[in-house]
Design a protein around this ligand. Structure first.
Ligand code: IVH
Length: 737
């Protein structure tokens, strides 16, 4: 380095240190101390120095994370110590057996004496990272456990992988084991990007993570939102043959964090097998809210001397076990693709599946969304497919397994005509959906009536899809209005309909006819683009359907939430001859609710004196209570609730999966509140809550998850998200986002 001026050498060393420090704060700690702009400026300065004096380049320079190399192959290499897999247990009873078996191997100890270090079992790709004298030198996949593929250059591009270990007491050799994962949010964005560029979609975050690491083109790896979460070690050698200082699994975990690795913040010490069982239950309960896919819990005997005593079987340690959750995905056969015709005439492809149990529920059909989705997934009839159910979500077909094809599978062509009435189907250039535009299509009419009585419509108790289908098939009714003309005798002719049931049926209809609100009726009509919230706003402005029907586009756009498209759709609805006929009949039948006078309600809300008087609020993401309830609470406290984010919004209240509004709020300087902070705001000032039961239920759920801040290495949850407003990075607390 003789030709390099001393101050340049010093500056390069300094820049490397500064950049590593900030990279760790940003990618591991999730607490950036400088702006992206400042970071970039420092980074560029280092790149310039290294370009001018290539000898300055060191392998741990942050500039080496940029990728670009194209490899010829991924050679394989032996692991110094075998990477074992884990035995599984599938429920608490099996866990208790495991703990009893383990205690027997530790003479003088009872199962209750056994403390375990527990961690989420991350569903990604297992890797081993090798550090010599603190410097990252290689990365291997798990492979068959004996040897794996060398993926060093790819792993170098992963943002939160340290190229040099931090801290004191760094071993001469450290093999770190962990999992490469992609958050669900990043995964959704990645697949969206794939879809837009007509590239193949990934079946799940695990496949995406594995495919991104096992890549020949390191630029591709770098473009993927990968994170490495460390959970263990392989071979370790300290200077002068010093033994490793760690006595417990917890100490290893803490050492890994201190060396600069991201670790799972939910990991904790359980003093007894019972505590492990509780942790397993709690983690399963909050699993849908976690940022990452996990497929269970890994419990590791805490004391390392006991680990040694228990040793390994031929394929797994006896000192650790995976406690698995029921799978949320399963493989099954796609038997057929059916087309469903919805209320608005949309033709939705539906997968007919060989029944399969997914997460404990039998699934025999799943939505395929629309033609574009079908194309993107390249599904063929006869394919083996992956089906997924997450939380309450309708099952969906995630992907086909083309490698399992036999050649007998058939390509599905989206029909050009409505499968029910045969009318030509139509697709607007800017829409994904094909529609049957025939207003008289029996499927459309049927769905219209089903919607009318459903929860999203008048919510008529006891009158569900089954009865409507029967009544329409027998041509006893044709329109929603016909329902209110039904006589007991009409009903008694139906299969399984007795006198008592018929009475209840008619009573429910009578109740709906006489007590339904204008808002519910607007919902029930199924006007395109008019959902719960818009119906509510409309009912606040117009006192009945005559008034609403007389409104023009300009008028309608005065209402909160209503833009040109929605206004046009409302005007179209009232202009339609068939709809007018229906409304005339409903009016004659006496189903013609009136709301409070125009504008009155809105004004009332604005003048309420309460803890939120004069404040403007916007809700985003999934709250624990309905939006309507949240709005009522806010309005009762004097706030104005709006639907678009702007500078004039005082509070953005976020639920789960808050999405892009969060980042925008930060840009605009809008205060972000987690749902519980919003509740606190209402409570603090003694606000009586209309949604009391729902709010209490939330509190119970929170309490029953039973994972307090003290249990988690780092405080987490929405509160933290709200505070930092940083959706983009970080592991700490992120599993609880
Ligand atoms: S410890 C010898 N801890 O699960 C014990 N494994 O089924 C080594 N995994 O291939 C495993 N999260 O990649 C451990 N917190 C965690 C884990 C974890 C995910 C994976 C691991 C391994 C597989 C075994």
């Amino acid at each position: 380095m003789s030709g390099i001026p001393k101050e340049k050498l010093q500056r390069a060393t300094e820049l490397r240190q500064i950049l590593s420090y900030h990279s760790w704060h940003y990618h591991v700690q999730d607490e950036p101390e400088i702006s992206d702009y400042e970071y970039d400026a420092l980074f560029k300065e280092l790149v310039a120095l290294e370009t001018e004096y290539p000898e300055l380049l060191t392998p741990d320079s942050p500039t080496q994370k940029v990728g670009g190399a194209v490899l010829k192959s991924l050679p394989s290499r032996e692991h110094s110590l075998r990477m074992y897999s884990l035995d599984n247990v599938f429920n608490t009873a099996e866990w208790v057996e495991y703990a009893q078996r383990s205690a027997k191997l530790l003479p003088g100890h009872m199962p209750g004496d056994l403390a375990f270090w527990v961690e989420p079992k991350m569903d990604g790709l297992a890797l081993e990272l090798i550090y010599e004298k603190g410097l990252f030198i290689a990365a291997l996949t798990r492979g068959d456990g004996m040897s794996g593929e060398v993926v060093t250059e790819n792993v170098r591009t992963i943002r939160n992988v340290p190229l040099r270990l931090r801290g004191e007491n760094v071993p001469d050799l450290l093999e770190v084991r962990g999992e490469v994962v992609i958050t669900r949010e990043d995964f959704a964005a990645l697949n969206e990007k794939q879809r837009q560029s007509n590239a193949k979609l990934f079946a799940n975050p695990r496949n995406a993570a594995a495919g991104s690491v096992r890549q020949l083109n390191t630029s591709v790896t770098r473009s993927r939102p990968l994170r490495f979460i460390a959970y263990g070690i392989g071979l370790v050698e300290f200077p002068d043959d010093q033994p490793a200082p760690w006595k417990t699994q917890q100490e290893i975990f803490q050492a890994l964090a201190s060396y600069g690795f991201s670790v799972a913040p939910e990991a904790k010490l359980c003093a007894t097998p019972q505590e492990v069982a509780d942790y397993y239950g709690n983690l399963e309960r909050i699993r849908p809210q976690l940022a990452f896919d996990i497929d269970g819990v890994v419990a590791k005997l805490s004391r390392l001397d006991w680990q040694e005593q228990l040793g390994f079987t031929s394929h797994a340690p006896r000192w650790a076990v995976a406690m698995k959750f029921p799978a949320e995905q399963a493989k099954t056969r796609l038997l057929d693709i059916a087309i469903q015709v919805g209320r608005t005439g949309v033709l939705t492809p539906l997968a007919v599946l060989e029944p399969v149990s997914v997460g404990g529920v039998l699934v025999s059909s799943a939505t395929l969304h629309n033609e574009d989705e079908l194309r993107a997934k390249d599904l063929r009839i006869g394919d083996l497919v992956i089906v997924q159910r997450a939380g309450d979500v309708i099952p969906e077909v995630v992907a086909a397994l083309p490698e399992e094809r036999t050649g007998s599978e058939t390509i599905f062509h989206f029909p050009a005509n409505c499968p029910v009435c045969g009318h030509k189907a139509h697709r607007e250039p800017d829409e994904a959906a094909w529609r049957c535009l025939n207003k008289l299509c029996p499927a459309v009419r049927r769905q219209t009536v089903i919607h009318f009585v459903s929860k999203a419509g008048l919510d008529i108790q006891g009158i569900g899809e089954k009865w409507i289908v029967m009544l329409m098939d027998k041509e006893i009714i044709r329109t929603p209005a016909d329902l209110f003309r039904l006589k007991k005798l009409d009903l008694l002719g139906l299969e399984r309909m007795g006198g008592k049931l018929a009475d209840n049926f008619l009573q429910a209809l009578e109740k709906a006819r006489t007590t339904s609100s204008l808002r519910r009726l607007i919902c029930a009509l199924g006007i395109r683009h008019v959902g719960e919230q818009t119906a509510r706003n409309l009912a606040e402005k117009y006192c009945n359907l005559d008034e609403l029907g007389a409104a023009d586009v300009a008028d309608l756009q005065q209402v909160d939430d209503i833009g040109p498209e929605v206004a046009a759709s409302i005007v179209d609805f009232f202009a339609d001859q068939g709809n007018r006929e229906l409304l005339t009949q409903l009016k004659e039948l006496g189903l013609w609710p009136e709301s409070a006078a125009a504008g009155d309600n809105a004004q009332k809300a604005a003048t309420v004196q309460g803890p939120l008087s004069g404040k403007t609020i916007l809700f985003t993401g999934a709250l624990s209570i309905s939006r309507t309830e949240a709005k009522q609470l806010a309005e009762a406290a004097g706030a104005k609730v709006v639907s678009a984010l702007s500078k004039s919004v005082d509070y953005l209240v976020i639920g789960e999966a808050a999405g892009s509004k969060l980042a925008k709020a930060q840009e605009l300087g809008v205060t972000v509140l987690a749902e519980h902070s919003f509740q606190a705001l209402l409570n603090q000032t003694g606000q009586m809550m209309a949604g009391q039961p729902a709010m209490q239920a939330t509190a119970q759920v929170d309490a029953s998850t039973d994972i307090s801040e003290a249990d988690i290495t780092d405080a987490s949850s929405a509160a933290k998200t709200a505070k930092s407003n940083l959706p983009k990075t970080g592991m700490q607390g992120s599993l609880f986002e």
